[in-house]
Ligand binder design. Structure first.
Ligand code: FAD
Length: 746
């Protein structure tokens, strides 16, 4: 026997035994612990002891530590340290040879004190390593590997500094798992023995009978039932069906359940899909036409064979689905809400509040409702009859629409007294200018679009039109000018094509129709007698990135002069000043007076500056709910990860494109350019990420045959499921997950 020597709280020689299940990493755990000791300069020996080499089958592993050469080659029968990876293994056999005063580290979700109470003469460490390792993504979605996490808890029991783990992990190339080990180091609960060791003989522990069946006398037999080997006891984790938030859903600023409405379309047709969509979306046909569709950027098919045409499907449902105005909730405590501004944000706030059974009045400065949708976005992209139809559905909820009423600061004060809540959704009224004086022919793009959308059909025949800007307003002005007969239309933008804020498809359409893009160009002066006749344009160079995340443009002195008979300025908008009464200011989306929060809120572009219809819709609904209920928050669901979806499970099939009018027809009329997608078949391409479609893959792939179908769902037989995780790994759409076992396995 070698002489014992103090090192932290442990003494050498020491013997350690690990009990785990195949697939948990128990043998590697014993090796990692050996590495830890060897980095402390001690001699080590470590080896595994397998039974049947199957996932879930019980295994043992051993480590010996000494400061002398180790010659004993036996298994460890009297461990000083015992590590148990699965509480379901605990039995007299596991505690065999464990003496009072020994150390027991156990991985369990059970409360530490309850565990420690069962082993009063042992020093007990309790840690939920499975949850920590899962959180740190160690292993796969289906099988979590807990060994590197447990080392952290073990090191803490020995009072070793975490640097020792860091050093060992670097040595074996596992530094990526250090975070989990460190978390376990901090989280492990430690209980000192409460029962004094009675003689330090290594003669069996103090295992307390718990869930194990009573042993019957030999004369007793159970004859009614064949007692099979319930391999469910081998399980260290449990598979289950779990909804995960699809990336498209997460990206939708309006808060649409994209997977939900597409799968409903597929299963039950357009009317059912329209009803599903109407839970979140008051303007489906509008959004299905003009939304930049960030959902499609998140689509799991994007890099496979092209995103699902979600915008096209939304439009198809909005145009073809017959959904009655959504049902109003019964409300025993209806409130009064005034909404100022009838753009998409105001309309959506009205929709949300009216559906919840409140009394809603919406005030609009213009004759018609819709904001930019009615007076900005041209007819060839968004016909007014489409907008009218969707506004009628909001009206049918009983909303009181008051047009041609510009609300000023005095009226806002009065409304805040008369109502439980006021939502200001007036958009961005202040327009940026180039400061070229008052030459005729130099106009604001917004005013030009408003005049044309209101029915004015001016002729620009023979004109050389320039548009300054790179957003939707600029592109809309350019394409509108072409349709009014302009000879030549040039769009001048100070950055590059990729940096243009306009919707990319709209820029492509504009170029296809004949709009010339002059990039890295900035108008710096206008020439002409009374009316503009030429434009001075400077070259722009881009330098470092500014706070908007785009490169900073710097105007150079390299200039050129281009002929120009009309210049439309589309340089951006900001909130109009002077709307709020003196002393009132804005704190986030709430209006305050000094430190007092008022019942007045902001929604849409005036608040977020986000500049898309979908953002305005989502924000309008959110703020109305907040103003009336005091802030209900959306439930957070686990998310579908990019590697969680198995694209190779699905057949390649390119997306359905929207049909467009031929260019020659487009530039001579204001007829809608896009005819949308031809039919709902595009819904077939949706992977249904995160939502089970009852495709039976789990059932077919289960090697134990323990999954059975129950209607549109499945049942997993817990008595026999070994928790191998194959069903979870095989699920093509990440609609399953593994979870740590509850204390007292099910
Ligand atoms: P607005 O739509 O501006 O509505 C504000 C409403 O408030 C208006 O009706 C206004 O008359 C009213 N109002 C103002 N002051 C008062 C007052 N004092 N009293 C009463 N009423 C008042 N986004 C996209 O997603 N896709 C596109 O294709 C697209 N194209 C665009 C094209 C143009 C030309 C423009 C300008 C914007 C475009 N946008 C697009 C952006 C999008 O339209 C806006 O982000 C969205 O309309 C903002 O909605 P809102 O309700 O906050 O404001």
């Amino acid at each position: 026997m070698s002489e014992s020597k103090d090192r932290g709280t442990f003494k050498v020689p020491l013997e350690l035994r690990v009990h785990g299940r195949g697939g948990q990493g128990g043998v590697t755990l014993a090796k990692l612990i050996a590495t830890l000791y060897s980095r402390l300069g001690l001699q080590v020996q470590t080896f595994g002891d397998y039974g049947s080499e199957r996932a879930g089958a019980p295994i043992r592993a051993y480590t010996r530590v000494d400061d002398k050469r180790i010659t004993n080659r036996n298994k460890v029968y009297n461990p000083d340290h015992l590590i148990v990876l699965d509480p379901g293994l605990m039995s007299p056999a596991v505690l065999d040879g464990v003496a009072p005063g020994a150390l027991l580290l156990i991985n369990t979700t059970e409360e530490g004190a309850a565990v420690a109470k069962r082993y009063p003469s042992l020093r007990v460490g309790v840690i939920d390593a499975t949850s920590i390792a899962r959180k740190h993504g160690i292993g796969t979605a289906s099988v979590v590997i807990i060994n590197t996490t447990l080392v952290g808890a073990y090191a803490r029991l020995l009072e070793l500094p975490t640097e020792v783990i860091a050093d060992a992990y670097e040595k074996v190339g596992l530094s990526g798992d250090l975070g989990a080990a460190e978390e376990a180091y901090g989280a492990v609960e430690i209980f000192e023995p409460t029962k004094a060791p009675e003689g330090a003989s290594k003669a069996g522990g103090d295992y307390v009978l718990g869930r194990f069946p009573e042993i019957l006398p030999l004369t007793e037999h159970i004859t009614e039932r064949f007692a099979p080997v319930c391999t469910g006891d081998w399980r260290t984790q449990t598979p289950h069906y779990l909804f995960h938030e699809a990336p498209c859903n997460g990206e939708c600023p309006a808060g649409n359940d994209v997977v939900g409405f597409i799968q409903t379309l597929k299963a039950d047709g357009a009317d059912a899909a329209a009803r599903h969509l109407s839970a979140t979306q008051p303007l489906p046909s509008v959004c299905g036409r003009v939304c930049p569709a960030p959902c499609m950027g998140g689509c799991s098919r994007r890099l496979y064979d092209g995103s699902v045409n979600i915008r096209g499907l939304e439009r198809w449902i909005g145009d073809n689905g017959d959904s009655p105005p959504p049902k109003k909730d019964e409300n025993k405590n209806p409130k009064r809400i005034a909404i100022i501004g009838g753009g998409p944000a105001g309309l959506s706030a009205a929709f949300e509040a009216a559906r919840a059974g409140h009394s809603v009045t919406i005030y609009e400065a213009a004759e018609g409702f819709g904001g930019v949708l009615r007076y900005g976005i041209p007819e060839y992209r968004l016909p007014n009859d489409i907008l009218d139809r969707e506004i009628r559905r909001i009206e049918a909820l009983g909303v009181n629409f008051i047009p041609a009423t510009a609300v000023d600061s005095e009226k806002i004060v009065a409304l805040s007294k008369e109502n439980d809540a006021v939502v200001i959704a007036v958009g961005l009224g202040r327009l940026a200018d180039l400061g070229f004086g008052d030459l005729s022919g130099v106009e604001q793009g917004i005013a030009f679009l408003r005049a044309v959308k209101s029915g004015e059909r001016m002729s620009l025949a023979g004109e050389e039109v320039a548009v300054a800007g790179g957003g939707n307003t600029a592109v809309d002005c350019a394409r509108t000018a072409l349709r009014l007969g302009a000879e030549k239309v040039t769009l001048l933008y100070r950055r590059g094509r990729e940096e243009m804020p306009a919707i990319d498809d709209e820029v492509s359409d504009a170029v296809e129709e004949g709009v010339r893009l002059e990039l890295y160009s900035q108008p710096v002066g206008a020439k002409g007698e009374g009316a503009i006749s030429a434009l001075e344009v400077a070259e722009v160079e881009l330098f470092d990135y500014d706070e908007s995340g785009r490169r900073r443009p710097v105007v150079t002195d390299r200039k050129r002069v281009i002929p120009c008979t009309r210049l439309f300025m589309a340089l951006g908008q900001s909130p109009e000043e002077g709307l709020l009464p003196d002393g009132w200011s804005v704190d986030g989306d709430r209006v305050i007076n000094g430190v007092e929060s008022l019942n007045v809120w902001l929604a849409g572009d005036i608040s977020t500056g986000a500049g898309t219809v979908a953002h305005a819709i989502g924000d309008g609904r959110r703020v109305a709910a907040l103003a009336l209920k005091g802030g209900a928050r959306k439930e957070e669901n686990p998310k579908v990860s990019s590697e969680g979806v198995r694209a190779d499970f699905f057949e390649e099939r390119p997306p359905m494109a929207e049909k467009h009018l031929p260019v020659t027809e487009r530039i001579t009329s204001f007829i809608e350019v896009s005819e949308g997608i031809a039919g709902p078949e595009e819904a077939e391409r949706c992977f249904s990420c995160g939502t089970c479609t009852a495709c039976d893959t789990c059932l077919f792939s289960c090697p134990e045959g323990v999954i059975s179908r129950e209607g549109e769902s499945y049942k997993i037989d817990g008595e026999f499921c070994k928790g191998c995780g194959i069903c979870v790994a095989e699920c093509p759409r990440m609609a399953m997950d593994m979870s740590a076992l509850e204390a007292g396995r099910q």
